[in-house]
Design a protein around this ligand. Sequence first.
Ligand code: ATP
Ligand code: MG
Length: 287
Amino acid sequence: MTDPLLSITGLSAVSERENGAPILRDVSLTLTRGEVRGLVGESGAGKSTIAKALLGILPRTVRITGGAIRFEGRDLLTLPAHELRKIMGSEISLIPQDPQTALNPGRRIEAQLTDGLRMRRGLSIREAHDRAAKLLEEVHIRDPERVLRSYPHELSGGMRQRVLIADAFALEPKLVIADEPTTALDVTVQKQILRLIRSMQQAHGTGVIFVTHDLGVVAQICDSVTLLYAGKVIEQGSTAEVLTTPRHIYTQALIAAGPRYDRPDAGLEPVPQSVFEQLRAEIGISR
Ligand SMILES: Nc1ncnc2c1ncn2[C@@H]1O[C@H](COP(=O)(O)OP(=O)(O)OP(=O)(O)O)[C@@H](O)[C@H]1O
Ligand SMILES: [Mg+2]
């Protein structure tokens, strides 16, 4: 198949909350089947807005002013609601940022993992149970039966994130959106979770949009990367290309600033003000 899995073209959005201030400026990117693309940029760059647009969960105060989001050729922005509902959660799913709040505290893991399998894939209670147990094994949970009987509060943060990864892959989606899926976790657990997402994605041939602040994470798990600033794509390409031969001075400055460029204390040198001035001039931001 030559068609990309996902192609965003000329996507623009404004904030109704901030007097129509631009949030996305003519964003274009593509994703082939089984590709992991990192979406990187500082806070407010528009990463989550793109993720939400892909999941059809944009807030009312964000207005799309142009462009298209084609998923296997269908424009998600113009698809009727009932068509969109068939895709969301099934063909496109989410690994959420915070495993604490993403699971329903009042329901056992089994109920939460089998809902979709039963309702959207028509599995029987028994079949859904067996499938859920297998999924938990796949995310390296040692005692799946015990975890299936557990409530979320009985599991550690890392375990909960494994459950959520199992859930994201349960219906064999073609595209998984991961919006900073490891920021709420301990550093030691973060690495394991990253490796797990990578291995699940490879085993299932799933495309992934991976939102992160961390160029180190991009280097570890992304095939390609799109760097955003103030809603504008500054540079994109294969991870190897962008990280070894960055073309834009902003990309160069970020790489010089270290893996966590958003945390000056962790990096070598912060991004110089002159780089931001050049960026703003290029994009046409007056402030
Ligand atoms: N609910 C909303 N309504 C209107 N505008 C919003 C809303 N949420 C965010 N925005 C605007 O969209 C811009 C981009 O926000 P977004 O959350 O996409 O950034 P981000 O790159 O995900 O940042 P972070 O790294 O902090 O998560 C922000 O500058 C903000 O002004
Ligand atoms: Mg965000």
